[in-house]
Ligand binder design. Structure first.
Ligand code: URA
Length: 191
C-alpha cells in the first residue's frame, strides 16, 4: 500500500522502537510544508522541542528562523525534521542504535516529500545523511549529490550560539543555499 503522511505520523507518534520512548514527553515528528522542495534535518529534540512536540523551537530554533529570514524564507515554506524523533536525555548525542531505530521514519518522510535540496543541520545529521566520516568544519557549505538530490551541511545553530565567530561562514552557506533554491526549485522560492 502507498505510504501517506497521516499513516506515517500516526505510527511514529506511537513508536516504541528504542528506549528514548521511556523518557520522552512528546514525539517530535516534523513540521512545515509537506509540499516543500527543501528539507532541513537536525539531530534530535532538546528540552523545548520535547515539551512542545515541534522541532527547533528553543534558542537554536530562533536562530534558525533568523538565518532563514536572511535568505527570504519562513519556516512554513520548508520542512524541518530530525534524525531521531525523541529527546536523548541530558541532550547527549543520539546513540547509533537510536539513530538506526528511527531513521526509517525520516526515510519515509523524505520519500513522501521528494525534496530537491536537503540541508543537514550539524555534524550528526551530516554523518548520517551525507557521509559517515563527514567533517563539519572542513565540509560545511559544500554541495553533494545523492540520488538526484542536492545536499549540504551547515553548522548546527546551537554550535553558532556557542561560538558566534562561526556565524560569517554560516551566513555564506545560507547565501549559497538561497542561490541553489532559486536555481532548482519551482515553488519554494527564497527572495
Ligand atoms: N536541535 C536539533 O538538532 N533539533 C531540534 O529539533 C532542536 C534542537
Amino acid at each position: 500500500m502507498a505510504d501517506s503522511w497521516e499513516a506515517l505520523e500516526k505510527e511514529c507518534l506511537a513508536c516504541r522502537e528504542c528506549s528514548l520512548c521511556e523518557t520522552r514527553k512528546n514525539v517530535v515528528f516534523g513540521v512545515g510544508s509537506r509540499e516543500s522542495e527543501v528539507l532541513f534535518i537536525g539531530e534530535g529534540p532538546g528540552a523545548n522541542e520535547d515539551e512542545q512536540g515541534e522541532p527547533f523551537v528553543g534558542r537554536a530554533g530562533h536562530l534558525l528562523d533568523d538565518m532563514l529570514a536572511i535568505i527570504g524564507l519562513k519556516r512554513e515554506q520548508v520542512y524541518i525534521a530530525n534524525i531521531v524523533k525523541c529527546r536523548p536525555p541530558e541532550n547527549r548525542d543520539p546513540l547509533g542504535v537510536e539513530q538506526d531505530a528511527c531513521i526509517g521514519y525520516l526515510r519515509r518522510q523524505t520519500a513522501l516529500l521528494r525534496p530537491k535540496i536537503i540541508v543537514c543541520l550539524g555534524r550528526i545529521a551530516a554523518m548520517k545523511i551525507i557521509r559517515e566520516d563527514f567533517k563539519i568544519t572542513r565540509e560545511h557549505g559544500q554541495w553533494f549529490e545523492k540520488a538526484g538530490v542536492q545536499m549540504m551541511a551547515v553548522y548546527h545553530p546551537a554550535a553558532l550560539l556557542r561560538d558566534p565567530r562561526r556565524r560569517p561562514e554560516a551566513f555564506d552557506d545560507f547565501k549559497s543555499l538561497q542561490k541553489k533554491i532559486n536555481e532548482l526549485c519551482e515553488h519554494t522560492r527564497a527572495e
